[in-house]
Design a protein around this ligand. Sequence first.
Ligand code: DHB
Ligand code: FE
Length: 297
Amino acid sequence: MTETTTEAYNTGLAAQEGEATAKGSGNAATDRFKTAQVSADTTPERARAIYDDLFAAFRDIINKHQITYEEYNVLKSWLISVGEYGEWPLWLDVFVEHDIEEANYNRHEYSGTKGSIEGPYYIPNSPKIAWDAEMPMRDQDREVTPLIFQGRVTDLEGNAIEGATVELWHADDDGLYSQFAPGIPEWNLRATIVPNENGEYAVKTIQPEPYQIPSDGPTGWFIKSYDGHPWRPAHLHLKVTAPGYRLITTQLYFKGGEWVETDVATAVKPELILDPKKNEETGNNEVVYDFKLDKED
Ligand code: DHB
Ligand code: FE
């Protein structure tokens, strides 16, 4: 393993204090999203067609379930709270993004690695690390399971691609993301891995824990209203690309892990499940995963 320093990341610790709350991570996700310039070239005709279908769906639901005025007012009040808590990125990415991702994938004839949702906690421009480095992480003063995550990034035929990068970000052993929960160094468990000339990468990170949607805010109230659970299985987030190749935004899960079968965000796909094995000599979990990139179309 190439040495990387954790000191710079540990200094961030002192700057942040407090508990992770829905308002905290919600507002951080909203603030982050607001800095992105978003636009779409939707024509008025297309907009009209989408709205017509949307209101037709509302009408059907209202009539089918005989929605009451009390329920309508609770909905208004809840919508206001989602905005006040900054939870639109959280709620939408849990309940809507997986369908957007599927619809966009199905428009193409891709055969490379499958995508999955991005979620609300991506930060661009993470520090670059060598193909065999350690992820930026805190000194381990608590029990964590190291994970050696390795494999290759290639084209569909298995050839290494020049200029490939693997952005990796994931929650820590408390299920918390740096820059969205307090008390975590800025780039903790976030990096851009640069594969070697054979397309190989082999980084050391830690096993993340399942992620619980902050349940003290409106997304949590929503889930409680139908007796649901607020959990996502433990996962790694990735953006893998190379010049001229499709950017894959995806997630990887862990076989047999809690909530894999009942992910609240319904973003698990069978092709995206890792099965790490413990190396008895080192105590590390080890897993190999190869990414195959489609050409840009
Ligand atoms: C949410 C959080 C995640 O970590 C993720 O991968 C997807 C969605 C959320 O809170 O909305
Ligand atoms: Fe996540």
